[in-house]
Ligand binder design. Structure first.
Ligand code: PMV
Length: 346
């Protein structure tokens, strides 16, 4: 359908934190191992797209109200890459306006939230232009697949709760192409929090694209992929049976292994800062001395995600305030929790 007048779609989409980490890819953004994450609630991106029919594809990109050419280049590259899936985009003028709920300078990876919000908007545009609505399942699967093509971890952000991405024997419906929500989750894992401790907000030493690429030469990669596969199977069982201690152990070894992969890739590089290590040590000491359930994990950067169930909250909050936030940049941390996934904005 021709759209002479401006139309608009908008989505809010959250970030996620992986417990079993995706690190290493092949082909068209396909993962070398399956991964499983928690979708967050307070760290999200909001994206509005105004669109109308044009002679050719034209994109203007605003980030938090300011025209941003470097983000625009990334979005253009992505949209050109998905033209085979969405040919209607080749004759569209798009004005994209995106923003994050968290400070851009917080050093939080925003690609999962921003790219999933963008992919959801493109799927809504397609529905508006074609006049054909997909079922919710098909819509979300398509949005997850497109998100993956922009940023692998974004494929998991289109669903709430616990989300898996990548083929695995224990999950017959799982795919390398898109994320799949985990249905069978014990009550012990329903109300979890994530305190995002901002140790350092600067740019990472290496982009995740570079990190994934370096895995091809990493001498331990085959062992890592086998381990991730085994961890994924274990985690699916843990989520089903409610074994919080097993979750904590698995969560921490996954985080440390991710960083071990960086230290053993190429000439070796590291993203943790001295305070990342101090915080992890304090978390282990606190757990050992109090019995409070909590676990650390990390993305590919220096910030620590402290995961804990609701019943630990009254003990964890003073611990953060007194011992951990002094180790954060400007005492900065974000009080986040397990979320329900993206929301379409009317
Ligand atoms: O989605 P990417 O390409 O930025 O890769 C992110 C990988 C990790 O965040 C380190 C792990 C994960 O599974 O989210």
């Amino acid at each position: 359908m021709e759209m002479e007048e401006w139309n608009e779609v908008a989505w809010k989409s959250p970030s996620n934190i992986a417990v079993v980490k995706y690190w290493g890819k092949h082909g068209r953004q396909l993962p070398n191992n399956p991964s499983l994450s928690l979708t967050l609630s307070e760290c999200y991106s909001t994206t509005h797209i105004r669109f109308r029919t044009a002679d050719s594809l034209r994109i203007t990109f605003f980030f938090e109200g300011n025209q941003n050419d470097s983000f625009c280049t990334r979005v253009e590259k992505f949209i050109h890459n998905i033209l085979p899936e969405m040919p209607f985009l080749s004759t569209m003028e798009l004005v994209i306006d995106s923003g994050n709920s968290f400070p851009h300078s917080a050093g939080i990876a925003s690609s999962a939230s921003s790219m999933s919000a963008l992919a959801l908007c493109l799927c809504s545009m397609e529905e508006a232009i074609s006049g054909k609505a997909l079922t919710t399942d098909d819509f979300m699967r398509k949005a997850s697949r497109l998100s993956r093509l922009a940023s692998g971890s974004a494929s998991r952000s289109v669903y709430g709760g616990y989300v898996e991405w990548g083929k695995h024997l224990s999950l017959p419906q799982a795919s390398d192409e898109y994320g799949t929500p985990i249905e069978s989750v014990h009550a012990a894992f329903k109300n979890w929090y994530d305190a995002v401790l901002i140790v350092h907000s600067g740019k990472k030493n290496f982009s995740s694209t570079k990190g994934h690429t370096l895995m091809a030469e990493n001498p331990y990669s085959a062992v890592r992929y086998a381990q991730a596969d085994a961890h994924l199977g274990k985690l699916v069982e843990i989520l089903k049976n409610g074994d919080v201690d097993a979750f904590i152990a698995l969560c921490e070894i996954e985080a440390l292994t991710l960083h071990a992969m960086m230290m053993t890739s190429g000439v070796g590089y590291f993203e943790m800062k001295p305070n990342s290590l101090k915080i992890m040590e304090l978390i282990r000491e606190f757990r050992a001395s109090t019995g409070v359930k909590l676990a650390f994990t990390l993305d590919a950067g220096p910030n620590i995600h402290l995961l804990y169930p609701e019943e630990s909250r009254t003990r964890v909050l003073p611990f953060i305030r007194e011992q951990l936030s002094p180790l954060c940049q400007n005492q900065q941390w974000i009080d986040d929790k397990l979320g329900n996934g993206p929301e379409k904005i009317a």
